[in-house]
Design a binder for this molecule. Structure first.
Ligand code: AMP
Ligand code: GLY
Length: 423
């Protein structure tokens, strides 16, 4: 088979790395891909929103299956476009991708299907939103209702933060038009985890869980980012909790979508909080998580392409997982997620040992050098026998290639280590 992967970030590099290992694959393409992805796939410089260009490429290169990384093309209808042209693609339709594209759509789905989530209210009026804030108090969470790459969220622990946050979203339009409508929701307290599943209609095939680290600095300090590192499995979240979440969250979501006439096909991602009342939904995404994919796919022993084909045929394939712990740590440009320079030279990436899986996110090759070209630059994953030594080994890898222009969190997995130390 010939496969096309749409996207060019760290998640897509991990997808391409995994797909390249499939015995079913002849030719692997990525669009636009990246200089890093070029080590495993042939890259074509086509924008992820250029559906016609992508479909022309897929036709011209006898692509048998297209996999999509980022949410923007899915929310924009790439699956509908490819399907209309008779091209096979794994992902949700535009209607189904609303589960991520619109927080209010997702909230209504959860309400209609008794899926546990936080209480919330939606506002388009600044004054009314402000009055509601005074009424409910802090801690409280504010979300711009639209895509802001996981960054349109403010978790306010105090009233002052909440008021500033509301102004930033609705008045200053910090997240652009996504701030025309704000969701104000109850703060959920607990351990967060990410549960992804391959879904086709009402059939749900869950993947191993992972835990992301959203805040930029050690100790979960600093602003929310797209994710600074992840690990899988998550020992402090018992297996029965993940099973419960499949039953109370993923399956009702999939059947709810089918009943509403927009069945979901593709990767359904649930960002969950394990509260004292059980797992509750923070958000749904309509695609693989980033950086969760970079630690979950390295643990998957099954052939990803075969698994996707089975799911598309209506099957529920049994997946085989490595017992090892995967830890992935993001190297980011200083200043991320606010503002950051590009084009800074990184250390010698070829110095990394083979055991360090390198997934490029925002890099550019310049002769023999690698330069930064994004906020999240790259991620290194290692598989190991225990979390601490694996994490320490990844930190050493990153120390070898880091410069003054970049930073990374050294405490990925801290919640699991703290939970293990509790008497
Ligand atoms: P989201 O983009 O919705 O995933 O939000 C980004 C991050 O903000 C999440 O990963 C959580 O860490 C945090 N967050 C979002 N909503 C809530 C909530 N209701 N309660 C507590 N934390 C939240
Ligand atoms: N890691 C969170 C996300 O992919 O949205």
């Amino acid at each position: 088979m010939n496969i096309l992967i749409v996207g060019g970030g760290g998640r897509e590099h991990a997808m391409a790395w995994k797909v390249a290992q499939s015995t079913l694959v002849d030719k692997l393409y990525a669009a636009p891909g990246s200089d890093g992805i070029a080590s495993v796939a042939e890259c074509a410089p086509i924008d992820v929103m250029d559906f016609q260009g992508l479909a022309d490429f897929a036709e011209g290169h006898d692509v048998d299956l297209t996999l999509v990384g980022p949410e923007q093309p899915l929310v924009g209808g790439i699956v509908d476009y490819f399907s209309a042209r008779g091209l096979k693609i794994f992902g949700p339709s535009k209607a189904a991708a609303r589960i991520e594209g619109s927080k209010s759509f997702a909230k209504a789905l959860m309400k209609n299907n008794q899926i546990p989530t936080s209480h919330y209210q939606t506002f388009t009026d600044y004054q009314q939103a402000g009055d509601y804030l005074q009424q409910v108090g802090a801690p409280i969470v504010l979300k711009a209702d639209g895509l802001a790459a996981g960054k349109g969220v403010i978790v306010a622990m105090t009233m002052a933060e909440a008021e500033q946050g509301l102004k930033a979203i609705m008045k200053d339009r910090k997240f652009a038009d996504a701030g025309a409508r704000v969701v104000i929701e109850e703060y959920l307290e607990g351990d967060e985890f990410s549960l992804m599943a391959l879904v086709n209609g009402e059939t749900v095939t869950p993947l191993a869980i992972a835990q992301d680290h959203k805040r930029s600095f050690d100790g979960d300090k600093g602003p929310n980012t797209g994710g600074m590192g992840a690990y899988s499995p998550v020992p402090q979240i018992p297996g029965k909790i993940a099973d419960e979440a499949v039953q109370t969250i993923l399956k009702p979501a999939a059947s709810g979508m089918a009943q509403e006439g927009c069945p979901f096909t593709g990767v359904l991602y649930a960002g969950l909080m394990l509260t004292k009342d059980g797992p509750k939904v923070i958000e749904f995404n309509c695609r693989f998580g980033d950086p969760e994919t970079q630690v979950v796919l390295p643990r998957l022993e099954s052939d990803l392409v075969q698994v996707v084909l089975d799911v598309m045929d209506g099957g529920q394939p049994a997946l085989s997982w490595s017992d090892k712990t995967a830890v992935g740590v993001v190297l980011a440009t200083a200043g991320y997620p606010v503002s950051y320079p590009k084009g800074r030279k990184l250390g010698d990436l070829s110095a990394l040992p083979d055991a360090a899986l390198l997934f490029h996110a925002g890099t550019k090759k310049n002769g023999k050098d690698w330069l930064t070209s994004g906020g999240r630059v790259l991620l290194v994953t290692r598989l190991g026998d225990d979390l601490r030594t694996t994490r320490d080994a990844v930190n050493k890898d990153l120390e070898r290639i880091a410069t003054d222009d970049v930073f990374f969190r050294k405490d990925i997995g801290h919640r699991a280590l703290e939970a293990a130390e509790k008497p």
